[in-house]
Design a protein around this ligand. Structure first.
Ligand code: GEK
Length: 249
C-alpha cells in the first residue's frame, strides 16, 4: 500500500521477533537503516505531507531567507523543498540529533544530487538558532520533546521567522474524546496491518514508543501555536491520527 520511491531503506522488521523486554525507542543505526520503510508503512499520509511541503515551500520561501527542517531524519522534507526551489534561493538547514540519521541523510541527499543544496546539522533542535526563516518544518518531531519544552521551542521558532513565512507542524495526535481516540487508534492499527505489520510488531512498537512519543490533541496544538505568538494555525491535512498544520507568524 505505502510507497517508498525515494529512500534506499531496508524493510523494517525491527519488532518482528518477540523480545523478552521491549526497550524504549531510540533513533539508532538499526532504526536509521530501515527508517524510510518504517515511516511510510507507519504514518498514513506521510508521502502526501512530504510532497505538499514542496508546494508550501514554493509559496512561502523568500529569496535570501533560511529554511529549517527540524528533526529531519533522512532529509525527506528538505530534499523536496530543495527540488521545489531555485538553487541558491534559500539556505536549507536540516537538523537532527541522531548521528545515524544525519549519516543516512547525507547518503540520501547525495543519491538525489542534492548534497550541496542542504546543510545537515547534527544537533538538538532546542539548541539551534532559528533566524531569518521563511519556512520551518517540524514533521513528527515535536511529539518527541517533553511536553513542558514544546511551547518554548515554538516561541523561539516564531521569533526567528520572517513575516509571510510558514511553520509546517505535523504530529501524531490524541483524540479529543475517549471515543475519538479509540477510533483513530483502531484505524491507524488497521493501516499498519494493511501494510504488512503483524500484531506482535504493532504491540511491541506501541510499547517501545510509550512515554517517548507523547501525542496531544489537535486543539492543544492549535492553542499552543497561538500562545507561541503565531497569528493563525490551521490544519491542512489529516489522515486518522496524523495531522499537519500550517502556522503563520
Ligand atoms: C521526516 N521529519 O521524515 N533534536 C533533534 N532531533 C530530534 C530531537 C531533538 N531534540 N528529538 C527527536 N529528534 C522526518 C521524520 S522522525 C518521526 C521525523 C518519527 C529526531 C529523531 O532523531 C528523528 O530522526 C526525528 O526527530 C523524528 O519528515 O520517527 O516518527
Amino acid at each position: 500500500m505505502a510507497t517508498n520511491s525515494t529512500s534506499h531503506s531496508d524493510r523494517d522488521r525491527l519488532y518482528a521477533e518477540r523480545r523478552a523486554e521491549v526497550e524504549s525507542f531510540v533513533f539508532d543505526e538499526r532504526v536509521a537503516a530501515v527508517f524510510g520503510d518504517m515511516i511510510s508503512r507507519s504514518v498514513p499520509g506521510y508521502a502526501t505531507i512530504i510532497a505538499m511541503t514542496g508546494i508550501l515551500a514554493r509559496r512561502h520561501a523568500r529569496p535570501g531567507s533560511r529554511i529549517y527542517d527540524l528533526g529531519c531524519s533522512l532529509g525527506a522534507a528538505s530534499a523536496v523543498m530543495a527540488e521545489a526551489l531555485e538553487p541558491g534561493a534559500c539556505r536549507i538547514v536540516a537538523v537532527d540529533n541522531a548521528p545515524a540519521m544525519i549519516g543516512r541523510a547525507q547518503e540520501e541527499l547525495a543519491a538525489r544530487g542534492l548534497a550541496d543544496r542542504v546543510e545537515l546539522v547534527c544537533a538538538d533542535i532546542r539548541e539551534v538558532e532559528v533566524e531569518a526563516a521563511s519556512v520551518v518544518v517540524l514533521n513528527f518531531t515535536l511529539q518527541f520533546l517533553p511536553r513542558s519544552e514544546r511551547l518554548e521551542l515554538l516561541q523561539r521558532i516564531r521569533r526567528g521567522m520572517l513575516p509571510g513565512g510558514v511553520l509546517v507542524l505535523s504530529e501524531k495526535i490524541a483524540g479529543a474524546t475517549p471515543e475519538e481516540e479509540r477510533l483513530l487508534v483502531a484505524l491507524h492499527e488497521d493501516f499498519k496491518r494493511a501494510n504488512g505489520y503483524s500484531e506482535l510488531e504493532i504491540s511491541q512498537k506501541r510499547a517501545a514508543l510509550e512515554r517517548v512519543l507523547v501525542p496531544e490533541t489537535l486543539e492543544t496544538h492549535r492553542r499552543r501555536l497561538l500562545d507561541a505568538g503565531f497569528d493563525r494555525a490551521d490544519p491542512w491535512f489529516q489522515c486518522f491520527n496524523f495531522v499537519s498544520l500550517v502556522a503563520h507568524p
